[in-house]
Ligand binder design. Structure first.
Ligand code: URA
Length: 223
């Protein structure tokens, strides 16, 4: 699995990343969602450089122009709910893409360990297509792994791009191990942060991306 950390190059991406991390700026949920969406747009343009293209003739009012257009069929997938703005950023760029949505949540299993439960999935066939999975926070890598395995029930993609805003080395290794028999996978991120805290949040990270986008959730078991 190839890993590309886009913050190794200076670009406007770092400004959006700075704003989603900043404890004062991120309180504005509209701006937070817009910044995540803009990260998705910049990342989509980077991913577009790795796709296949074919020359196409276009009739203009004055003649025929040759344009190289994307020949891959693209499926954009995301994990509810925090992935929605990142997904929208990709969809703004790949506006003809098909879409897949999955739900996954963390729960403490019988053994006391954190586990990921995937329940809902609405997806087209991904067979032979380029699959882009948008999940902003790659903390442990477990949701990405569970989500990817669930998507594989819908076919074998030609290539998969796993796209996140912030990843950890632990998550990258988890995904690398879990997907070791899938050679056609690229992981893109806008930053790699060093550690997780005891609640499995990325440090320094940015906090809970889903809550910052859509407001605080309550767990029925906490009532
Ligand atoms: N999900 C988040 O929203 N934030 C983290 O730090 C980790 C997982």
């Amino acid at each position: 699995m190839k890993v590309i950390n886009l913050s190794e190059q200076n670009s406007v991406l770092n400004m959006y990343l700075r704003e989603i991390r900043d404890v004062d700026i991120q309180k504005d949920s509209l701006r937070f969602r817009q910044n995540i969406e803009r990260i998705g747009e910049v990342m989509a343009i980077e991913v577009s450089k790795a796709l296949s293209y074919q020359p196409t003739d276009v009739q203009t009012p004055l003649g025929i122009a040759k344009v190289h257009t994307i020949s891959d069929s693209i499926v954009l997938a995301t994990i509810l709910r925090a992935g929605l703005p990142l997904h929208q950023g990709f969809l703004n760029i790949f506006d003809h893409a098909e879409n897949a949505f999955l739900s996954a949540y963390r729960r403490v299993g019988k053994d006391g360990e954190l586990e990921i439960v995937a329940e809902y999935m609405a997806a087209p066939s991904i067979d032979g297509k380029v699959l882009i999975v948008a999940d902003p926070m790659l903390a442990t890598g477990m949701s990405m792994e569970v989500g990817y395995q669930a998507l594989l029930k819908h076919g074998k993609p030609k290539h998969t791009h796993l796209c996140c805003a912030i990843a950890t080395p632990q998550a990258i290794e988890c995904v690398r191990g879990a997907l070791s028999d899938s050679p056609d996978v690229t992981l893109w991120c806008a930053a790699v942060d060093p550690v997780l805290n005891e609640k499995k949040y990325i440090v320094p990270g940015l906090g809970d991306a889903g809550d910052l986008c859509y407001g605080i959730k309550i767990h029925l078991s906490d009532r």
